[in-house]
Design a binder for this molecule. Structure first.
Ligand SMILES: [Zn+2]
Length: 300
């Protein structure tokens, strides 16, 4: 079977293409983004005022109608991984015949090194969305991932599960401190971002644009967080995966990532048998323009 050619090198054509899609840090807050944020906040305010008014006049049936009409819409805007309204995002890779493995929430002192060993044995490059606090705790693991050809992205500073309710100043700090932590770990300035649980925030679009970061979503939510059986996890991924998919997995979980590590070899082997190859979710060059920071070179 013909193996597709997928670019993962820093100087690849795909990288250049992706680089051109990344908003410039100097662009500042976009008018459209700001307008959308204002509309979102105003709508929430208007709905809240309306609900208070209806409650005051005991129009409970109308209150119920307004609530049931607006709640799903708000939940969709804040939680749907691929909705483009509050923040422009990419959930696929462009390369034909390729898929991207992404690992969130690490680095983990036990599971990330095991995962890196496995990826090394299989010759697979992946994208790690690291949590800043954890990267500060285990910088050598982030450095190793980068040195072995993987891509490191920003998964916020503290992985706050109430991300969509953060105040503007805290939101900006979560983004900036996450980027700084990666820079400290391996000298690389991240250009990709993913929020905790894929949550949106009305100001996330403009702030990411300001920080020169691109939001990367996913097409396959593997549910590895809840799955105890490696075969079930592998089958779930294999049943869905097609060319262009970005697959969401976790290398740090409260109960450990053994299930993911056990399922992954089968997933990699079977997807390769189908002719799919693995690529990074974005370009590997530094957002500041440096190609390969010296601090991230493998130790000789
Ligand atoms: Zn996460």
């Amino acid at each position: 079977m013909r193996r597709p050619t997928c670019s993962v090198s820093p100087a690849g054509a795909t990288d250049a293409k992706m680089a051109s899609q990344i908003p410039a840090a100097s662009a500042g807050l976009g008018t459209t983004d700001m307008a959308r944020s204002v509309i979102f906040f105003s709508s929430i305010l208007a709905i809240t005022a309306l609900l208070a008014l209806l409650y005051a006049f005991s129009l409970s049936w109308l209150l119920l109608v307004v609530l049931s009409a607006t709640t799903p819409l708000i939940l969709y805007l804040l939680f749907h991984p691929r909705n483009q309204w509050l923040v422009a995002n990419r959930s696929r890779v462009d390369d034909a015949g390729c898929v991207a493995l992404t690992f969130d929430d690490g680095p983990d002192p036990v599971y990330t090194p095991k995962l890196l060993d496995l990826l090394g044995e299989k010759g697979v490059k992946a994208t790690f969305f690291v949590v800043g606090q954890r990267a500060d705790q285990y910088p050598e693991i982030v450095r190793r991932a980068r040195a072995e050809g993987h891509l490191v992205g920003n998964h916020t500073w503290s992985h706050d599960n109430l991300f969509c309710f953060l105040m503007p100043r805290r939101l900006r700090a979560e983004i900036e401190r996450g980027t700084e932590s990666i820079r400290r770990s391996c000298g690389f300035r991240a250009r990709l971002f993913r929020s905790p649980v894929g949550m949106r925030h009305p100001l996330l679009g403009p702030y990411l644009r300001d920080a020169g970061l691109e939001y990367i979503s996913w097409t396959i939510r593997t549910l590895d967080t809840f799955t105890a059986n490696p075969s079930v996890l592998a089958r779930r991924i294999l049943n869905k995966a097609v060319s262009g998919d970005i697959i969401l997995l976790h290398d740090h979980l409260p109960g450990g990532a053994d299930v993911m590590l056990e399922a992954l070899p089968r997933v990699i082997d079977e997807l390769r048998e189908r002719g799919l190859e693995f690529v990074l979710a974005g370009p590997r060059e530094d957002a500041g323009g440096t190609l390969e920071p010296a601090a991230c070179e493998p130790a000789s």
